[in-house]
Design a protein around this ligand. Structure first.
Ligand SMILES: C[S@@+](CC[C@H](N)C(=O)[O-])C[C@H]1O[C@@H](n2cnc3c(N)ncnc32)[C@H](O)[C@@H]1O
Length: 272
């Protein structure tokens, strides 16, 4: 098994089991239509954090203040969202499914645009965090969930993959519901540098991606993620014998994703 880091990607390159380093809008244009069996998107949430946040003991909370999460205004964010959704739709096979994750900051906007573009929503899934960050100021409820939208290209897509029986088996023989309980990404799974600093502010928990992969893909399917970050989607795909294509513009994250592969799958053959 090989994970390749690709730059200057052109049509002729083989994009299977690759991480493309680049801007997803430019790179997606080079990929032919109807390429992917499932697409997972964890886009910037446009969180608009106003002030630095401190815990009661005066330690600073690591908020999401990354440059890639900043937009001029909602109009700018909506244009950005519509642009990637249109490209993603073109890249989906006829019966492929799309997953998008978001929080209260963005998910309503994403859902609205997605429906306007003709996607057909199959479910909203609630990721309930078993260990959420408290609301330190005590001015709102603890924000303990994120939402995933699961959709097909249009309402005529009927033969999409849903591994109903496998999900039921994984849920003690009961039908799997749309409330999923997983911890936030912590412990050994969280990528950190030698000073303990998080490599990525929004690394998603692997078990969440594994459930998505197991529910909505078959072995050897090709899974795509245009905002790949630390490539959690690729790790889950490879673990369950699916293929993947990732795009991430920040090479620092990509290099850490390669290290992550190396650590998780020792026999993997890494190439850059
Ligand atoms: C929410 S994070 C994804 C985190 C990822 N799911 C993980 O588990 O590590 C969004 C990512 O999109 C990347 N990004 C933002 N705009 C991009 C663009 N135009 N092209 C490619 N990547 C982009 C950011 O660098 C960031 O790593």
């Amino acid at each position: 098994m090989i994970i390749k880091k690709i730059k200057n990607f052109s049509n002729k390159s083989d994009i299977e089991n690759s991480v493309i380093v680049g801007d997803c809008f430019a790179e997606m244009k080079k990929i032919k239509s109807n390429s992917f069996d499932m697409i997972f998107v964890d886009p910037p949430y446009y969180m608009q954090l106003q002030n630095e946040l401190y815990r009661p003991n005066n330690t600073k909370v690591d908020g999401v203040d990354d440059k890639w999460d900043k937009f001029k205004n909602f109009e700018h964010y909506d244009d950005f969202t519509a642009a990637w959704l249109k490209e993603v739709k073109r890249l989906m096979k006829k019966n492929a499914t799309l997953w998008v994750i978001g929080s209260y900051h963005n998910i309503f906007r994403v859902g609205n645009i997605l429906q306007d573009l003709g996607f057909w929503i199959l479910n909203d899934v609630h990721w309930i965090k078993s260990n959420p960050m408290p609301n330190f100021k005590g001015v709102r409820f603890t924000n303990a969930s994120e939402t995933l939208i699961w959709a097909v290209k249009d309402k005529n897509a009927k033969n999409y993959t849903f591994n109903y029986e496998e999900m039921k088996k994984n849920n003690n023989g009961k039908q799997m519901r749309n409330d999923w309980y997983f911890s936030i990404c912590n412990g050994n799974e969280r990528l950190r540098d030698e000073n303990g600093k998080k490599i990525h502010s929004t690394q998603k928990p692997l078990p969440l991606l594994e459930r998505i992969i197991l529910a909505s893909t078959k072995k050897n399917d090709l899974v795509f993620d245009p905002f790949a970050g630390t490539c959690t989607t690729a790790v889950a795909a490879h673990k369950h014998k699916r293929n993947f294509t990732m795009i991430e513009e920040n090479e620092f994250y990509v290099d850490w994703a390669l290290r992550r592969f190396n650590k998780n799958f020792k026999s993997s053959n890494l190439k850059s």
